[in-house]
Design a protein around this ligand. Sequence first.
Ligand SMILES: [Zn+2]
Length: 422
Amino acid sequence: MYTIHQLQIKQFIGFLILLFAFPGCTEKISQVIGSLDQIAPSQTLQTGGDDCSAYTSYSPDTTHLDHTPVKYIRVNVHFMNSSDSSKNYNYHRARPFGEKLIAAANQHLTDNQKMALPRGNTTPILPTRYQYKISTSTGYEENRGIYCHYDDDLYWFVSRGRNKNNYDRHVIKKYSIGLDSIINIFVVPHHPDSVVSESYAVTSAGIALGNAIKIAGVFETRKSARAFRGLLNHEVGHVLGLRHTWNANDGCDDTPRNPNCWMTTDQAPCDTAASNNLMDYNKHQNAWTPCQIGKIQFNMSRESSRARRVLDPLWCQLDPKKTITIRDSIVWSGAKDLEGNLEIEEGGVLTVNCRLSIPPHGEITVAPGGKLLLRDALVHNACGKTWNGIKVLTRGKHAGQVRQSGNTVIENVVVADQVMSQ
Ligand SMILES: [Zn+2]
């Protein structure tokens, strides 16, 4: 029997024997790259071109879903009510209703459906890779992102006629909370005078105004929260940069124009041409096309965009569980904001054509037999912080390879000797 001490000595001697007998088996860091002048330019690597703004470059890669981390959009919900609290859900009913509405909309976002149009299409069904998160603001913590306001002048909504106010922003200016970084959803009832008018349809309706959304017809129709999930996703679609598809060019080839039927009926054209796309007016609003998803992800990646400002910036905190490992040949033609480290293993080749953000204190490692090719790439930290550079590993005579071409830029790396001494 060995004592623990004897066992440790034996293990240590065994380790030394391995080390001297097989010196090529250990990997060590041969270089930490923190600036462009440390990377050999490539004669054969072509420049990336201008596809960094192509929506299709941002459609999730279904064989490597972790390369498109799920983005979380911050939202809050306001229930506008009359001073006698008779025109909308009050707080005890508003909170569960608001939470159910967001949960139902999130469920739709994770359950993308096949496009109904054009008939016989083979449009792929991709995951949307975004979700909503009810978010609070400093000073309003006890409300936990769901608010009730009682205001006889501003609680109501009229979509047409003399008192039309659907585009009016007064209610938003007065009651929005954290509007610069949170989508504020206002549940506004139709005006009681409109409700009694026979010519005014009290239906669900919505409008997106900047980072705010108004949704009407919720309380009056007494429908369940999930009945409004399509409407909410449609209006958020506008905030994220999507346009209607039935009547105009929305910038996507996979969203055909259509007669904007509410549902399939026996009558032409709605017998064959009813859409289920999110950005048409129909009872489903549950199909996102690859181009629409790509456009949303592209807008979220643009550093000064509205869509990005409402995101929870998970890329600003290193999460080692979100490490991405490259084992085959991958090309990133869209910008990426990583939430973990990046490892390129033996046999892995990663070509980066656009902007790539590494989280604070994060790093890239390139193992022997792995390649990192930077073509017109910007590798940086998108949070104004620093990251730890590209570590090139060697094993015996084998080393990882890093090459660059075009206008590649490397920024925000902490001074290399600091990294080496850590
Ligand atoms: Zn719309």
